[in-house]
Design a protein around this ligand. Sequence first.
Ligand SMILES: [Zn+2]
Length: 76
Amino acid sequence: MAQPSPVTVHTPHRPSWDCLVCHEPWPCDPARDELRADHDHVQVAVYMWQQLEDAVHDLPPAPAVVFFERFIKWTG
Ligand SMILES: [Zn+2]
């Protein structure tokens, strides 16, 4: 199944999930801007859900709301 694969300059380092460019927690502001500029919000939301699932495995446990706000909330 083809997955949406937005390509951004600002990409996450794993397993830290900090941006490789600006070292902020990914998605950093430039990454969000890039994703929103190139894709509609549904594509971005699907992509970010996929990233969230990966990040949940990599990052220390945190309340779901923390992940939701970081990865999903801004896509709405
Ligand atoms: Zn960045």
